[in-house]
Design a protein around this ligand. Structure first.
Ligand code: SF4
Length: 456
């Protein structure tokens, strides 16, 4: 069996499963957020009753992160609905934006978009927060009401996005009926070359199979090249499995995974026992291809979908109005450090927005010093508009006042993960996906630029 099949067999209490089989699986963690949480709660109450209790109050993780730092009252109300539900159910893991469980959050004009407007519990973007807060464990099943839940496959999990109806059912029962996906294997050899990042690798893979090339299939990323990828790299890759239509993305378990998970569960006091799944010798794949990482070059996905692969050096004629770094995919500390490496001591030529994925990323950027200056200050000095309000922000457009939103037709290069029309705001905008290196180099020139020009 493949990694996904082994994991699903265990979660369904079976010795073996085969692709196409429908099985009931036991959920280890259900995650929801402010956009889908209220709908999920509504389904749960409708189907199980107004006084029903969730199946396990310690396995539900609620992370408001999408439409938070906005004056939009409906968005603010969504977070209030989550808060009330958490209180009613006694849910253990709720990363609220405010301190007071009886309070309500409102946009503070005096702080504006840039200054921190959250309390000490807030965790930022759900997919980055889940592992950081110790909720991703190898061998487990994670369902989330968000398509990029697949990011946790980096930790040797079966992690996938589900809709509100399914999530309402999981809330009531802890179980879900799913069809075992076929597995496509992407075998990595070698290491990423100079000037490239994990984002280039996943854009290359998606360009190979198209934005629907893995529809309802597991994408297994393995091979000796995985050793050269750290957890942030693996998260970036697994995150974008859905951009090829994948049901899930999954990596093997190794010492790198173990070190990360053990540290995060220890620091946060979350469940620390787990049982990874290992690769069998007799795996059967629907598709099997080897990728030589050393041959990669800085890669972008052009408008209008993540499968529109091109090399950055071949697209220098594409002029840009905006650059954006942020999101679960591209808003990690390592992403900002790569970005800062390029813009340090220079000045961006176009509007450039920086949105850290989590408050921890903000803290790390503000405390990491390069030549006597914090990385945060280096980015601001280069002209990057940095907000302390870690969230999804303009990654998916959001309310009109979302930080960095594309409110008119424009060309934007971004370290985020999705570029279908309208994704970041205006439906006539064109969004180009790229690595933090490439976004930084392009911000400096005002056109798509191969970052190797700026790296020594
Ligand atoms: S940052 Fe973007 S991709 Fe990630 S969860 Fe938020 S909206 Fe979705």
């Amino acid at each position: 069996m493949t990694l996904t099949e082994k994991l699903l067999a265990r979660a369904s209490g079976k010795a073996r499963v085969v692709p196409g089989e429908n099985i009931w699986v036991q959920t280890d963690v259900l995650m929801t957020h402010d956009v889908c949480g209220p709908g999920t709660i509504g389904v749960f109450k409708r189907e199980f009753g107004q006084n029903a209790k969730v199946w396990d109050r310690e396995r539900v993780v609620i992370i408001p992160d999408h439409y938070i730092f906005t004056t939009d009252s409906k968005s603010n109300r969504n977070v209030d609905i989550l808060r009330a539900f958490v209180k009613e159910q006694g849910i253990k893991y709720f990363y609220d934006v405010i301190e007071d469980e009886n309070g309500s959050w409102h946009f503070d004009e005096t702080k504006g978009q840039l200054k921190r407007q959250y309390g000490s519990h807030y965790a930022g973007v759900c997919h980055t927060a889940l592992p950081a807060k110790g909720h991703t464990r190898p061998g487990e099943v994670l369902f989330g009401t968000d398509s990029h839940t697949c990011m946790a496959g980096a930790f040797n999990q079966f992690a996938t996005g589900i809709g509100n109806t399914d999530a309402g059912f999981v809330l009531g029962t802890g179980k879900l009926l799913i069809k075992v996906p076929e597995t496509m294997r992407f075998r990595f050899e070698g290491a990423l070359p100079f000037g490239t990042m994990a984002k280039d690798l996943i854009l290359h893979v998606i360009g190979d199979i198209g934005f629907d090339g893995a529809t309802y299939r597991a994408m297994q990323f393995d091979g000796p090249g995985v050793k050269s990828l750290n957890m942030d790299d693996r998260m970036t890759i697994a995150n974008m499995a859905i951009e090829a239509g994948g049901k899930n993305g999954i990596f093997p378990f190794d010492e790198v995974t173990k070190a990360y998970v053990d540290e995060r569960t220890r620091v946060n006091g979350t469940r620390s026992t787990y049982q990874p799944v290992e690769e069998d010798k007799d795996q059967k794949f629907f598709y099997d291809k080897t990728f030589h990482l050393s041959k990669l070059e800085p890669t972008i996905a052009k408008h209008p979908d993540p499968g529109q692969r091109a090399l950055a050096r071949e697209c220098t004629d594409i002029m840009l109005d905006r650059a954006y770094i942020g999101s679960c995919t591209g808003g990690k500390t390592s992403d900002f450090l790569a970005f800062a490496q390029i813009v340090q001591g220079k000045r961006v030529k176009i509007d450039t927005f920086g949105v850290p994925a989590t408050p921890d990323v903000v803290r790390e950027l503000q405390s990491t010093q390069w030549n006597g200056k914090s990385v945060w200050v280096i980015l601001e000095s280069a002209g990057v508009q940095m907000t302390e309000n870690a969230s999804c922000a303009a990654c998916l457009g959001g309310p009109q006042d979302s930080f960095g939103r594309l409110n008119r037709p424009m060309n934007c290069i971004t370290a985020t993960n999705r570029n279908f029309p309208g994704r970041m705001g205006h439906k006539e905008s064109k969004v180009f996906l790229a690595s933090p290196y490439t976004v930084a180099a392009s911000a400096l020139t005002g056109h798509i630029t191969d970052p190797r020009e700026f790296l020594s």
